[in-house]
Design a protein around this ligand. Structure first.
Ligand SMILES: Nc1ncnc2c1ncn2[C@@H]1O[C@H](COP(=O)(O)OP(=O)(O)OP(=O)(O)O)[C@@H](O)[C@H]1O
Ligand code: SF4
Ligand SMILES: [Mg+2]
Length: 315
């Protein structure tokens, strides 16, 4: 399988505050595969997505490393517009309230596929139907406030599909939705991925979502990737104490499992006062002297499984 996306030693900073949001992260994604990014709030998941999509907000700059997107494999010519699309956590506030759904979709179809007038309208209707919105013709005249959060997320997905992306980045696509709607959106993403063959990068703080959709996962903490593995391996044999702790936080749906979830002590430190060495050490029950001296280099734990820890859980 060919690599679609390769991120190497990516550094993203806020120069005005002299802080690093991403500190040398590396990962890759094969064509047609799904990568899950997981970690607590503020660890840099959304900034990673924006850096990959080349959509970093003003005031945040990429100061090191590389992001290589190779649609169709390294040897073919790249299209003029990289085929990366992104959907966001809060669909309703991501849509412009003064534009109709039809305007939103048709302008994307014009931009990405050159469709206009009736052709654009027909394709917009087809996309809406594909993402599960009925009465598509009349819905095109509706505004985002007339749709539920789940419907607006479907519109966002339809908008992303207008670009015929080879990589869809979904940043917490179900966090703002109720559980029934969450399940429907995850199912839709699964179907679309199987149908189009696109790759998916999905962000969630919910390991259940990652377990359902992703082939591989990267665990982030304070702007660093601390463990990468296949999802099955990560859930069964987490190596980094932080990954283990995230799993232990998950409530179980097994009625026989009466053990309560175990919270991680403390909280994520601020970027301008990160602890020296391994940033997790003040919260880690396995920490030793060397943990606060130097950040541990990534080490192979098993096949395609890496973790940055002096005292991995499995050892
Ligand atoms: N525009 C910005 N200017 C300055 N700092 C920012 C900006 N955007 C994000 N940050 C900082 O970068 C860090 C990572 O933010 P990011 O939004 O990527 O976190 P996240 O992992 O997506 O969290 P969440 O799960 O809450 O969405 C945070 O400390 C955040 O305060
Ligand atoms: S390096 Fe040390 S502090 Fe960091 S996770 Fe591993 S054991 Fe804990
Ligand atoms: Mg985020």
């Amino acid at each position: 399988m060919s690599k679609l996306l390769t991120v190497r030693d990516l550094v993203v900073e806020v120069p005005a505050r002299n802080i690093k949001i991403l500190d040398g992260i590396s990962f890759s994604l094969e064509a047609g595969q799904t990568l899950g990014l997981v970690g607590e709030s503020g660890c840099g998941k959304s900034v990673t997505c924006c850096a990959v999509a080349n959509m970093l907000p003003r005031g945040i700059v990429r100061s090191g490393g590389s992001v290589t997107f190779e649609p169709g494999g390294p040897s073919t010519r790249k299209p003029a517009v990289p085929k990366i699309a992104m959907i966001f956590q809060d669909p309703t506030s991501s849509l412009n309230p003064v534009h109709t759904i039809g305007y939103y979709l048709e302008s994307a179809l014009y931009r990405h596929q050159g469709l206009k007038g009736r052709d654009a309208r027909m394709e917009a209707m087809r996309l809406l139907e594909r993402v599960g919105i009925d009465r598509a013709r009349s819905r095109l005249r509706a505004y985002p406030h007339q749709f539920s959060g789940g419907m607006n997320q479907r519109v966002m997905i339809a908008h992303a599909l207008a670009a015929k992306p080879q990589l869809l980045i979904a940043d917490e696509p179900t966090t703002a939705l109720d559980v029934t709607m969450q399940a429907q959106i995850l199912h839709l993403l699964e179907e679309l991925k199987a149908e189009t063959g696109m790759s998916l990068m999905i962000v969630s703080h919910d390991l259940g979502v990652i377990a359902r959709l992703a082939d591989r996962a990267a665990v982030m903490y304070c702007g660093k990737i601390v463990e990468t593995a296949s999802v099955a391996e990560l859930l069964e044999r987490p190596s980094h104490p932080y990954a283990r702790a995230l799993i232990d936080c998950m409530p179980s749906i097994d009625p026989d499992d009466l053990a309560p979830p175990v919270p991680i002590p403390g909280s994520v430190p601020l970027l301008d006062s990160l602890p020296e060495g391994c940033h997790f050490h003040p919260r880690c029950s396995r920490a030793s002297g060397e943990c606060s001296a130097r950040f541990p280099a990534p080490a192979n734990i098993g096949f395609a499984h890496e973790a940055s820890c002096y005292h991995p859980v499995a050892a």
